[in-house]
Design a protein around this ligand. Structure first.
Ligand code: ATP
Length: 571
């Protein structure tokens, strides 16, 4: 996909009210983000589309049969034994290196990637004109809470490792008004941030500098990614709990409850959307790697003999879902993980990756994993509950003529061979499509963003920024615009607005020239603008302008609702 200037893009997202830095007025907090008025609608539409398309109305299964799927909403804090059984307490960790200079931690397996990305972001940041606040915002996005790390680097580490750089030779002048120089001067760009780029790192012979300060990094160590808290007033090891790092385990531990309360039969799925927390070592690339995020996960339970069929089914269904919501399929790359990458319990995993504009490599949007019977077996073992299996009553009843008794208990007393027993009672296999709501929101924002050269009313060329969201995902569905604020137009427009408001997120705008109002809606990604003009008063027709083509048609005011319903139906 075409590269987007990510610094400019983050600023655009803030200015438009898609995404803000969390607690910005206090300097923010690294790895946490807030969704503004447009962003919250966009993300909600994404979650609603997933819920409708996967839970309430999933596509038919490989044999054309209906898919059985139900939802859950589990607590974020669970009994900590859940995380012992799932393996998170012992293995949910990243290889991490501590800096010998500033003490910050860096992911050992992603260092070169971080260095390259940061220098690219800096290049783009410096190429555009940003206010002071935006400079901070972008630096923040990169993972620096402020510029003091650079000051320290120039004073302490720079002289040791890069004494010939101008900024190191002459720190007082350069640091005098640091932010001002950063925005305007090429010295910082040339001397410091380029230093972090691969070629300069190699030129200085320093192989593993800290991306924050440039000092050497220590040996890699595994660091747990789980956030810890305590229940009750005593903060002891016994009251320690974790914020869930994924929603999946809530589903596994409720498997028996769902089975008993719904009488579902295999194959069936349980779905959940909810917050997850990971104390990521290096949150970065805007919201791509955050410390608090939302997941949309399905655990699909099936007979072991049918698991490969379902694994393939979910891989295809999930990839297709992204393209039906406007993601160009050339930007979507399903990647089957190699044997060496697979989690020890996984029989196969496909990452559905997206070509984010901040990276040269596609990055994971969703993982579709064949988890075998690992999770239910582990929870059965750790909880002592032997009921986390499945009894195939249909098959048992179907084979009744072959046996002397119809009581399973009695039959067990005859010591049937294991392969006979497993025909009726077994631990289901699980296919897990696990998607990130925030990552997909970021992908949708990147995919939608486009700049076009258009002619204004006077024939001059201007740049139109337009968010080409799929209509189902667009935060605002239609804008209602009275051409002028007189001659009965506002009343007509308000009446239309009120009749649409219960059904769609519509926006009423009567401020400024109509051309400027169109541009504002283009930037918000609103698919339709409906204008009430002099003719509306005479013949009850309106113009409907389509966002991408900018074509305008006249339709009857009474047809507006029906046209919008048609345009926003899932297809
Ligand atoms: P990564 O390799 O990028 O760390 P992962 O393989 O650990 O991701 P999973 O545990 O498979 O991710 O989580 C499922 C999905 O949850 C991911 O595909 C992604 O969309 C989302 N996700 C995971 N970690 C984060 C994060 N730190 N920030 C935002 N979304 C995330």
């Amino acid at each position: 996909m075409a590269k987007i200037d990510m610094a400019k893009f983050a600023k655009f997202c803030k200015d438009m009210g898609f995404i803000y830095q969390s607690s910005e007025i206090y300097g923010g907090i690294n790895g946490f983000w807030d969704y503004g008025p447009l962003g919250v609608e966009l993300k909600k539409n994404i979650k609603d589309a997933w819920w409708l398309d996967m839970v309430r109305n999933p596509p038919p299964g490989p044999d054309g049969q209906e898919i059985r799927m139900v939802g859950l909403d589990c607590s974020i804090i669970m009994n900590p034994k859940v995380w012992v059984a799932s393996g998170h307490v012992s293995t949910f960790a990243d290889p991490t290196r501590k800096c010998s200079g500033c003490g910050k931690f860096t992911r050992a397996d992603q260092l070169w990637d971080i260095l390259r990305t940061e220098s690219e972001w800096m290049d783009s940041l410096l190429s555009i004109d940003l206010g002071a606040q935006s400079v901070n915002q972008v630096a923040f996005t990169l993972g620096w809470t402020d510029f003091s790390t650079l000051r320290k680097w120039v004073r302490n580490t720079g002289p040791k490792v890069a004494k010939n750089l101008a900024v190191v030779k002459n720190p007082d002048t350069i640091l005098k008004n640091f932010e001002e120089l950063f925005r305007t001067g090429s010295l910082i760009k040339e001397d410091v941030f380029r230093f972090l780029a691969t070629e300069n790192v190699q030129a200085t012979g320093l192989q593993d500098p800290c991306p924050a300060c440039g000092a050497p990094l220590g040996e890699p160590k595994q660091v747990s990614l789980m956030f810890e808290s305590y229940t009750g007033l005593d903060k002891t090891d016994d009251s320690k709990v974790y914020l869930r790092p994924e929603t999946a385990q809530g589903i596994f531990v409720n498997y028996r409850n769902v089975l008993d309360s719904t009488r579902l039969k295999l194959p069936f799925g349980i779905a959940q959307i909810g917050k997850a927390f990971r104390n990521e070592v290096t949150p970065r690339n805007f919201t791509f790697r955050s410390r608090e995020f939302e997941q949309m996960e399905i655990e699909f339970f099936c007979h072991p003999d049918e698991s490969m069929k379902w694994y393939q089914y979910w891989r295809d269904v999930r990839k297709k879902w992204y393209s039906t919501l406007g993601i160009n399929s050339s930007n979507l790359v399903p990647r089957e993980q190699g044997k060496e990458e697979l989690a020890h319990y996984s029989i196969g995993t496909t990452d559905i990756e997206y070509m984010f504009p901040f990276s040269d490599e596609p990055q994971e949007l969703e993982g579709v994993a064949h988890r075998g019977s690992f999770d239910l077996t582990a929870h059965a073992k750790h909880s002592g509950n032997d009921k986390l299996n499945y009894f195939d009553d249909d098959r048992w009843q179907g084979d009744s003529a072959k046996r002397s008794t119809n009581s399973f208990k009695e039959w067990l007393k005859t010591n049937p061979p294991a392969e006979e027993l497993e025909k009726y009672q077994f631990v289901p296999h699980v296919i897990e499509p696990s998607a990130g709501a925030d990552r997909f929101t970021l992908a949708v924002l990147c995919e939608a963003y486009s700049e076009e050269e258009v002619k204004d009313a006077k024939g001059n060329t201007e740049t139109r920024v337009v968010m080409k969201f799929h209509p189902r995902l667009a935060p605002i569905k239609a804008a209602i615009l009275p051409l002028v604020n007189k001659d009965g137009m506002p009343e007509k427009a308000m009446a239309l607005y009120r009749s649409l408001k219960p059904h769609f997120n519509v926006f009423y705008d009567d401020k400024g020239a109509v051309g400027r109002r169109y541009r504002r809606q283009d930037e918000a990604g609103t698919p339709f603008c409906i204008t009430i003009d002099g003719d509306t008063i005479k013949d009850d027709t309106v113009t409907i302008r389509e966002r991408d083509s900018m074509q305008q048609r006249r339709i009857k005011i009474s047809d507006v609702r029906g046209e919008l319903f048609e345009a926003f139906l899932p297809k």
